[in-house]
Design a protein around this ligand. Sequence first.
Ligand SMILES: [Zn+2]
Length: 156
Amino acid sequence: MKPPAVSTWTQKTAPTPDRDIWLSMKRGLRGRCPHCGEGKLFRAFLKVTENCPSCGEELFHHRADDLPAYLVIVIVGHIVVPLALAVETSFAPSVLLQLAIYLPITFISSLLLLQPVKGAVVGLQWACRMHGFDDQSPDDMPVLDAAGGKTPPETR
Ligand SMILES: [Zn+2]
């Protein structure tokens, strides 16, 4: 018996299972695949692996770009600046002593936060099915080329 015909529209608009945003971001924060939570997300310090070594999920679709760096600046700035103001108003140490304390704190905490924050951003993009993470996206959607221009589907 032949299965009932399903229109292309129905196939492309079928509901997709929800992805838990907070769980995906937490897994990314730990440097793990947002899909399975087992495979490593990074193949180098800030290089996201192409596919999860554990479940095979495609991870190259992410476009974190500069967002992790901006978020790290916001986080570190909200820690170091109030600390510097509190120490300055209470103790007024010399400028050299303050530079010797705050510059290493800023540098080291930024390096420590960059990978986890990028992992969380990749997890967020995966959970929200952004960029290429939606396996149900229509084939006739224009794709962005490397320069950011749209390529119409008929020329692909
Ligand atoms: Zn995985």
